[in-house]
Design a protein around this ligand. Structure first.
Ligand SMILES: C[S@@+](CC[C@H](N)C(=O)[O-])C[C@H]1O[C@@H](n2cnc3c(N)ncnc32)[C@H](O)[C@@H]1O
Length: 310
């Protein structure tokens, strides 16, 4: 249901996230199911939540009774849980890190960054991801701090489960935006937060639910593959599993939208998505994207938006 303009809080992603969808938000808003406007959709699910650009933007404009977000990245889900349950303490911890950072000169800032990164990597193996504890809040503050000050705003762990991104040398990075964190926290109070595979949203989704899938991209070519959100990656077998799950939710009567890179940008004969989603609506919209591995070449390429309702 459309929200009353007066009560809409400002909400933006609190993390920079690879594959973040900020630039495509208008395209998505133009392709919402009409049942949202008619108030017939009361639930929203986003099973590859990442930085949550669309989740937050959608909730600025529409009211849902319940939302569900999910991601396989445990540290990310821990951070969402902390924002939901302990935003005050989080802001306190993050504020301390921010003040320390701002009090230092450039080399002091860099040194602090590596101290926080070391501390994060030392503490991470001791974290019990199943049970909320004060350690979660400290870890979440470090995650946000590192994400806002690291190179390219990546949150990436290597095969050993260590965060290894170098310092970012930003002039004036935003670290602790307490208004934004408080607004996101309020929204999360009516949001179920789940850690794990995208299929975990199965029981939440019914015919009154709108679902948006933003899986890791199918690599444009061999060198551009970015599959390091987690230790596991996302293979073509996973993409096909997702197609089957999309069909399952369609049969339930849910409204479903999915975006991905268009493999035909690189290889006009690669009809992977055209074939798998042939009985749904497939649209191509232009997007700016890093198109090679060192990030030096950016270009306009097509992004796919697939829906079961247009
Ligand atoms: C393209 S990103 C989503 C970006 C997000 N839409 C945004 O605006 O920031 C894909 C996300 O899928 C997550 N992911 C990878 N494999 C997954 C799986 N099997 N189940 C659920 N999430 C997964 C990654 O951790 C990553 O956060």
């Amino acid at each position: 249901m459309k929200k009353d303009q007066k009560i809409v809080p400002d909400m933006r992603p609190f993390l920079k996230w690879a594959g973040g969808k900020t630039q495509l938000l208008n395209e998505f808003h133009q392709r919402l199911p009409e049942e949202i406007l008619a108030g017939k959709i009361t639930r929203y699910a986003e099973p590859f939540i990442g930085g949550g650009a669309f989740f937050l933007s959608l909730n600025r404009n529409y009211s849902f009774e319940r939302c569900m977000i999910c991601d396989v990245n445990e540290e990310l889900i821990l951070t969402y849980n902390v924002i939901k349950k302990a935003v005050k303490q989080l802001i306190e911890n993050l504020g301390i890190l921010e003040s320390e950072y701002r009090s230092k000169d450039e080399s002091g800032k860099e040194l602090l960054y590596y101290e926080v990164r070391d501390e994060f990597n030392r503490k991470l193996p001791q974290i019990n991801f199943q049970r909320f504890s004060p350690e979660w809040t400290e870890l979440a503050a470090r995650i946000i701090f590192l994400n806002r000050t690291c190179f390219n705003g990546l949150f990436r762990v290597n095969q050993k489960g260590e965060f290894n991104v170098p310092y970012g040398k930003y002039k004036n990075p935003e670290i602790c935006n307490s208004d934004n964190l408080n607004n996101v926290s309020a929204l999360l109070k009516t949001t179920r937060i789940v850690s794990g595979d995208f299929t975990k949203c199965r029981t939440f989704v019914d015919k009154t639910t709108f679902v948006y899938f933003d899986p890791p991209y199918r690599p444009l070519n061999q060198t551009s593959s970015f599959t390091s959100y987690t230790k596991s990656g996302f293979s073509d077998t996973d993409q096909v599993r997702l197609v089957e799950f999309f069909r399952e939710l369609d049969r339930k009567g849910a409204k479903v939208m999915l975006s991905n890179s268009d493999p035909r940008n690189q290889d006009p004969n690669d009809t992977f998505f055209d074939d798998h989603f042939s009985d749904f609506t497939i649209e191509r919209v232009p997007a700016n994207r890093v198109i090679n591995s060192n990030g030096a070449r950016r270009g306009k390429i097509n992004e796919l938006i697939i829906t079961n309702y247009l």
